[in-house]
Design a binder for this molecule. Structure first.
Ligand code: SF4
Ligand code: SF4
Length: 412
């Protein structure tokens, strides 16, 4: 590495990627450490060096050294490279689950803060996780972060006989993780939508590109405006007024960040599939008559519950199944514990992710649930992975996969 390059990485302002509110939030942390009690990374590593207050303390030091009063008059300090590397590790080991923010005694919106601290490290070239840095190119080439062929996006799971309208006020966005890695889930989504009977449209496989979420949370924001505009314009051209999606991460970025990147209010509303399906149940468009004498436990995805506040809808759907007894994790709703799938680098911090997934499995088994119900493709993949080789086992099912099965049984 050249001397110039090193200097680029260790000097210069650390505030360029932050809003005024985020600067105030960094300043507001009292180091009370309350958030450590709810952080899943703390729970599985016990390492306070990767805790929220430590990350905030370090970042404040970087700002002070490079943008404080002294640095205006004297030559700004270079930050010790080891400190920067430690910080980078800490901010990427986080799953961005947002639990710390919900419990923060001064109300710091951490779920949105961490991606911007990551962005600073990315912009300094301090992040060398190939899985992340290869992502923009993969999305540019194939439309998805997995670098899988665009033409394979739908056909392995989209059931024959599902009618996709050319134009409609209603659209379904499958999302990359669902389409490529959690196919029972997206198959369940379209099966339930088809049973509801309202015409819905989908983009062509090559047009349904990544929503931008993995780029956003990994701090790689350059392509986000372009991806947002492409998708919004494509749905607008189809006359869409409601866009339905089952992936909490997609719903989250569409709701929270797309208006920012689009530059104004979106021309359609975003709904999580459980919100849409619950309405359809209430309107009598579908009925679940098949009984299921079983004990289900539902895991709240971080970006759905804490992210956009969808908590009751999945529960109401599950309670509407005759015979179901719905159990709760000790930590649920706004307080739910991350299953380990979040953060965009779960492959790098694989052991943490497995340990978190197994905490969910162990609790579901201890509560004598018959099935663990999920509503997120990332959770679906990670908890299934955590089950492999684990001494406790429980069947896992996606909520729409479950409902689609019951509707099919009803029709037989
Ligand atoms: S977002 Fe989640 S994993 Fe990250 S520091 Fe906060 S509680 Fe821990
Ligand atoms: S709860 Fe909030 S103020 Fe307290 S240490 Fe955590 S981030 Fe800082």
């Amino acid at each position: 590495m050249t001397a110039d390059k090193t200097e680029d990485q260790t000097a210069g302002s650390f505030t360029e990627n932050l809003s005024m509110l985020q600067m105030i939030e960094l300043d507001a942390c009292t180091q009370c450490r309350e958030c450590l009690n709810v952080c899943p990374v703390q729970e599985v590593t016990g390492n306070p060096a990767v805790s929220p207050p430590e990350k905030i303390r370090m970042f404040r030091e970087f700002i002070k050294a490079t943008a404080g009063l002294k640095s205006r008059f004297l030559k700004p300090k270079e930050i010790d490279r080891k400190l920067l590397e430690d910080f980078t590790k800490a901010v990427f080991e986080c799953t961005t689950c947002g639990a710390c923010g919900k419990h923060c005694t001064v109300g710091i919106f951490t779920q949105r803060l961490w991606p911007f601290l990551r962005k600073e490290m990315i912009s300094r070239g301090l992040v060398d996780f190939k899985i992340l840095t290869d992502m923009p190119e993969a999305i540019r080439n194939t439309g998805n972060p997995y670098n899988l062929p665009a033409e394979d996006r739908y056909h392995p799971w989209l059931p024959a006989g599902i009618t996709i309208a050319e134009q409609s006020e209603l659209a379904y966005y499958a999302g990359c993780t669902g389409a490529y890695t959690a196919q029972p889930m997206v198959k369940g989504d379209v099966s339930v939508l088809n049973a509801i009977g309202d015409p819905f449209t989908m983009l062509k496989e090559e047009d349904e590109v990544c929503c931008g979420f993995p780029l956003f949370i990994s701090g790689q924001h350059d392509m986000l405006e372009d991806l947002t505009r492409r998708l919004v314009t494509s749905y607008q051209a189809k006359g869409v007024k409601t866009l339905i999606c089952s992936c909490p991460c997609c719903v989250n970025i569409m709701t929270r960040e797309w208006p920012v990147f689009y530059g104004k209010e979106l021309p359609f509303r975003i709904m999580h599939i459980t919100q849409f399906v619950l309405n359809a149940l209430k309107q009598g468009k579908i009925r679940i008559t098949a009984g299921l004498k079983t004990r289900l436990i539902y895991h709240d995805p971080c970006y759905l519950s804490r992210g956009v506040g969808v908590i009751e809808e999945p529960r109401e759907i599950l309670r509407s199944i005759p015979g179901v007894q719905l159990l709760e994790f000790e930590r649920h709703g706004l307080n739910s514990r991350c299953c380990g799938a979040g953060g965009a680098v779960r492959k790098v911090y694989h052991e943490n992710a497995m340990a978190m997934g197994r905490l969910a499995i162990d609790e579901a088994v201890a509560k004598k649930a018959d099935r663990l119900v999920l509503s997120c493709p990332a959770c679906y993949g990670k908890v299934n992975e955590a089950m492999v080789g684990h001494d406790k086992q429980i069947p896992i099912v996606d909520i729409m996969e479950l409902i689609a099965g019951l509707l099919e049984r009803k029709q037989i």
